[in-house]
Design a protein around this ligand. Structure first.
Ligand code: NDP
Length: 408
């Protein structure tokens, strides 16, 4: 039984809060605060209607550390769950340290004027959390999040070491819009337009954005083009699996998405540096995000499945009598239906596949199944209890052995 304070009221937060309310034995009191209080109220109303649970709501700017400290002290949560934007990670971590409360998020800190997707700012908080006897868990979404847990589960139960790793993120959903993003457009477009980076022989290798494309036949979706890009879990996976020769991240995009993005990029609409417009400073990507469809409005029309997983090749664990397993390749993944996610929580599967792991990571922390003093990534925790909860809370997974390593 525990009290939690969730920050942010977008699609991910909506799913997480609904799922917390469905588990009152773990989350006995839920508070929700965000910049726009009316969005918190809308989530609370939906939660009440679907589950009968009351969620209390507050308006707050999470970048105002003293106001956050006051709110945390007033509510006395065991855990602050940060589901706002990556820009708020550090101020929320500062507020947690000052108020003496544990912290969880789903995306690493980003400075507003640079697209970096690096953990070092948050890893630098390790000693302060350790000294305060508090835990901070980073990246408890799907990717990062479940993809790291999948990898570590394979390393615990199937493979002694991992030689090569490919993360495959497929969204086979169709929302009927010419161009829209399935989560916060500003963060999504920053990720996609950044140069690709993959891990190879002990270092990151940079290549131009969206330059490497491969067609892959995804179960319950069909063949899709996927593009190699950088994603933040590659940094933590490489840190905690230093034996890896190669690790890559792939995401599917339709031709229409690529066409629109290319034009927007070519005309300068994806820039994140400020420009002067009619005497006022604006950031082109923020302006673009303001005119694009809001991800939380796509739920009703999105049909199809997501299929996100990990293919790992390495030296298999020894058999029961010590016999050598040789090199093996495993594919572990989850398939999630947009329609089913919408039916259950009023949100599409991209929010669902992030909000459910945020709830599970929170459950791991407040029940003490995962614990520690300091700042931790998902790779450092026992994957088993998290994997059990995925199966029981809407994101069942499957694992199969492939004939050999990927050949793309
Ligand atoms: P949304 O843009 O839909 O929601 C973000 C929410 O944060 C909004 O309610 C917004 O308020 C609020 N917010 C923004 N700034 C502040 C602030 N200064 N103070 C308080 N609240 C603020 O995003 P999503 O729900 O799509 O994504 C949420 C997070 O999840 C993001 O960090 C995203 O990167 C991450 N994510 C992680 C994934 C993973 O698999 N690990 C996948 C998808 C997303 P307002 O309503 O006023 O704008």
């Amino acid at each position: 039984m525990s009290t939690v304070l969730v920050i942010g009221a977008g699609g991910v937060s909506s799913v997480c809060v609904h799922k917390m309310a469905m588990n009152p034995d773990i989350f006995s009191e839920i508070h929700l605060a965000s910049r726009t209080k009316s969005k918190c109220d809308a989530i609370a109303a939906s939660v009440k209607e679907r589950t009968g649970v009351d969620v209390s709501t507050y308006g707050i700017d999470a970048e105002e550390v003293p106001a956050m400290v006051n709110l945390i002290r007033k509510l006395g949560p065991e855990l602050v769950v940060n589901l706002a934007l990556p820009y708020q990670d550090l101020p929320i971590m500062d507020a947690c340290l000052e108020a003496g409360v544990a912290y969880l998020d789903t995306a690493n800190y980003e400075p507003k004027d640079e697209a970096k997707f690096e953990y070092h700012w948050q890893w630098a908080y390790h000693d302060r959390f350790k000294e305060a006897g508090l835990m901070a868990l980073l990246g408890s979404g799907f990717d990062p999040g479940v993809t790291s847990v999948f990898t570590m589960w394979l390393k615990k139960h199937k493979l002694k070491t991992i030689r090569q790793l490919d993360i495959l993120d497929c969204n086979g959903g169709y929302h009927g819009q010419a161009f829209a993003t399935n989560f916060n457009p500003e963060i999504n477009i920053r990720e996609v337009t950044a140069p690709a980076r993959h891990w190879e022989n002990g270092q990151f290798v940079e290549t131009p954005a969206m330059a490497k494309r491969v067609e892959f036949d995804f179960e319950e979706v069909g063949p899709k083009n996927m593009y190699m890009m950088y994603h933040e879990e590659l940094e933590s996976l490489a840190k905690f699996n230093p034996e890896m020769e190669r690790a890559r991240f792939w995401m599917t995009f339709g031709d229409e998405y690529i066409k629109h993005l290319t034009v927007l990029q070519n005309v300068g609409m994806t820039r994140i540096d400020p420009i002067k417009y009619k005497g006022q400073e604006i950031i082109p990507l923020q302006f673009l995000a303001a005119v694009l469809p809001k991800p939380e409005t796509l739920g009703e029309t999105t049909k199809g499945n997501t299929n996100i997983g990990v293919i790992a090749t390495g030296e298999a664990l020894d058999g029961p009598n010590g016999e050598k397993g040789g090199e093996k390749t495993f594919y572990i993944n989850n398939i999630c239906s947009h329609e089913a996610a919408y039916e259950e929580t009023g949100n599409q599967a991209v929010s669902y596949t992030t909000g459910v792991p945020a709830m599970i990571g929170s459950a791991m922390m407040v029940t003490g199944k995962w614990s520690g003093d300091g700042v931790f990534n998902m790779e450092e925790m026992d994957p088993d209890p998290f994997m059990d909860m995925l199966n029981g809370h809407g994101l069942p997974w499957q694992v199969k052995e492939l004939d050999g390593p990927v050949d793309f």
